[in-house]
Design a protein around this ligand. Sequence first.
Ligand code: S3P
Length: 165
Amino acid sequence: MMSIVLIGFMGAGKTTVAQTLAKTYSLDFADTDLQLGRQFAQPAGDLLRRVGEDQFREYEYQVMQQMLADATPIIATGGGIIESPASRVLLQQEKKVIWLNVDYQTCWSRIAGDQTRPLATKLSSSELQERFKVRQKYYRQVADLEISATKKSPQQLAQEIWRLT
Ligand code: S3P
């Protein structure tokens, strides 16, 4: 089975939906941030702060590559993974890349002030919105399926993804 890979901005619900999918359909799931946290024995946000964004993207790429090689059924990614050209190439080779598209205001309301997300505290809302705009183009570029996810519950989203993949 090809992996279902969830992409989308911070606060789109990737991790929650991946957990719901895994639980509902009894499948294994992996999360790039959680895996990085285990590998480097520090939360992904702290790792990002320590090594900087470029290095973090490289580690993120390696972790996703391994998860895909392991055929992990459900994979939740970090919101910035598509900023890495190498990760985009990898994702474009996949067939079940699902973009949880949630509007900016909703993402912001979920992540504002979250200390575990360095970008959400370091950047102002308007700077972050710029990032959001740039990233929309990349999510669209690598996604096989775009799901409007703003007003849907994790259960609804899990069912919709399951039905469509
Ligand atoms: C990031 C998103 C985070 C995490 C890191 C960087 C980003 O993951 O990987 O803080 O650049 O958008 P979530 O999308 O799970 O918040």
